[in-house]
Design a protein around this ligand. Structure first.
Ligand SMILES: Cc1cc2nc3c(=O)[nH]c(=O)nc-3n(C[C@H](O)[C@H](O)[C@H](O)COP(=O)(O)OP(=O)(O)OC[C@H]3O[C@@H](n4cnc5c(N)ncnc54)[C@H](O)[C@@H]3O)c2cc1C
Length: 461
């Protein structure tokens, strides 16, 4: 029987496969995990934690990777009544999610090169504004064309935004300077777009709180060490770190970002990743209103993100062979500052607060066909049934902005396979705690989920 459903009948749980469950009466064999669900468990599978008796658990679904995608999948599944366990080898948010630039894409950046991807961003950013409270900021954005930038590209971008449905408003240089007084004299044209800012540590904490409240277990510092596949299916997964246990999930989701290829290798399947690194530089700059985008073909250092008293400059895109060991050269920092200073000159001399690198979890075949940088950042769902592992899926690529949609697509596949017909609810339900920054920041601390992107915004307890 699939765990998470209700029954009045006792359910036999074989050793090694038991749900998380609290004993409600006799601490011998009868335990309760959900109202109306009675489960018989061998007493040797019970253990006492915090003076409550728990059953040694196995999840319905193991989600590998505690970035936005993985925790988003866990929330989605939990809201559908499935009991997932989401694990990360480090704290939550320690991958690309917590190290991104933090632009809540309106889609304008991709409107001319990838209208479908742009439409996804537009819709997802609207959903996040509805459900994600203090995890996002509705700053608006400007695309700015400087002297020497291609005027026809500006027109192409404007037309493309309009055909995707992204509301745009063209501004003269003086109108643009009314919005951002310190724009340079070289501004030729600008365009207002509905960009925003996302605070990833808070977003992931909110997803983790919500997932946990609906039956998910969230375990940072629990790396997947090995995956056993027998007769065409994952049979068990060994977790190290603070978990030190073996679980036997019904289904496995690989949401390990730039490391997805390495996780897939452990199950004997191939997921060819082509990660690229990018650097962000945060400088002191008080009160920048909207996100600033340079209106030209995507290149290094063409986005400035407003934070309270900082501006986050970036970024670069350089292929990386080994996601655990890659160069972080000073020229990338210098190039980002230099280029962003063309958009906002005072940042050239502003004190640098911090800089950090992240790895884009790009899927190699996708990148090869799209031709590399800035063309698209769509996501790819790989059903490993096609590779002979019936109960495993990998979800790679995408953006922070579209994490919810990636999670929905993944949870749809998982649910179809494990026989859960509950629909996705994540677009319509506010994230638990999203309107309570103090609660979110406390959860950031609980899950060791502070990434560098929004360290100036959150105050983890
Ligand atoms: C420089 C840069 C700038 C970006 N800017 C933006 C932006 O402005 N806006 C936007 O929308 N998107 C942006 N992105 C893209 C976005 O950050 C990513 O697409 C998204 O965050 C990926 O989330 P994820 O959960 O799939 O991967 P990740 O966040 O990388 O999560 C994967 C997790 O898997 C864990 N893991 C790895 N191996 C194991 C293992 N063996 N066991 C357990 N766990 C494991 C890792 O520790 C990691 O936490 C940017 C990316 C980069 C790199």
């Amino acid at each position: 029987m699939r765990k998470g459903s209700s029954t009045d009948q006792p359910v036999a749980v074989t050793p090694g496969t038991a749900v998380r469950a609290v004993v409600t009466g006799d601490t011998g064999a009868l335990v309760r995990s959900r109202p109306r669900e009675r489960i018989e468990v061998a007493t040797d599978r019970l253990k006492t934690v915090d003076s409550r008796v728990w059953c040694v658990c196995d999840p319905d679904v193991l989600v590998i990777g505690g970035g936005a995608t993985g925790v988003g999948v866990a929330r989605d599944l939990a809201l559908r009544g499935v009991e997932p366990l989401v694990v990360d080898r480090d704290g939550l948010c320690s991958g690309a999610s917590g190290r991104s630039h933090g632009l809540l894409h309106s889609g304008a950046r991709y409107a001319d090169s990838d209208p479908d991807g742009a439409a996804e961003c537009l819709e997802e950013a609207r959903i996040l504004r509805r459900i994600a409270g203090a995890c996002v900021a509705d700053t608006g954005g400007l695309f700015v064309r400087l002297a020497g930038d291609d005027a026809s590209y500006f027109e192409e971008k404007r037309t493309a935004c309009q055909s995707v449905g992204i509301p745009v408003e063209t501004l003269t240089p003086s109108e643009a300077r009314e919005v951002v007084p310190e724009l340079p004299a070289e501004v030729e044209q600008a365009m207002r777009v509905p960009d925003g800012v996302v605070y990833p540590s808070r977003l992931i904490a909110a997803n983790a709180i919500d997932a946990g409240a609906h039956g998910a277990e969230v375990r940072p510092h629990a790396p997947v060490e090995s995956i056993t596949v027998q007769d065409g299916a994952v049979t068990e997964v060994r977790l190290g770190g603070t978990a030190e246990t073996t679980v036997t999930p019904e289904f496995v989701v690989n949401a390990a970002g730039a490391w997805a290829g390495r996780v897939a290798d452990r199950a004997g399947v191939s997921v060819e990743m082509a990660p690229t690194r990018g650097v962000m530089v945060s400088v002191e700059y008080d009160g920048l209103g909207p996100v600033l985008n340079r209106c030209r073909q995507p290149a290094d250092g063409d986005i400035v993100i407003p934070h309270a008293s900082e501006a986050v400059l970036g970024t670069t895109s350089v292929p990386v062979d080994n996601p655990n060991d890659y160069d972080t050269p000073a020229w990338e920092i210098d190039a980002s500052v230099e280029e962003c200073a063309k958009l906002l000159p005072p940042v050239a001399e502003a004190p640098v607060v911090r800089s950090w690198w992240g790895l884009r979890p790009l899927y190699a075949p996708d990148e090869a066909t799209r031709g590399g940088r800035g063309i698209s950042r769509g996501f790819v769902r790989l059903d490993h049934a096609a590779d002979g592992v019936a109960n495993m899926v990998s979800i790679v690529g995408g953006k922070l902005t579209t994490y919810r949609r990636m999670a929905e697509a993944t949870a749809d596949l998982v649910c179809e396979r494990i026989g859960c017909s509950a629909p996705c609810e994540t677009a319509d339900r506010a994230l638990l705690g999203a309107d309570d920054p103090a609660r979110l920041d406390e959860a950031v601390g609980t899950f060791d989920g502070q990434g560098p992107t929004d360290v100036d915004i959150t105050t983890p307890v």
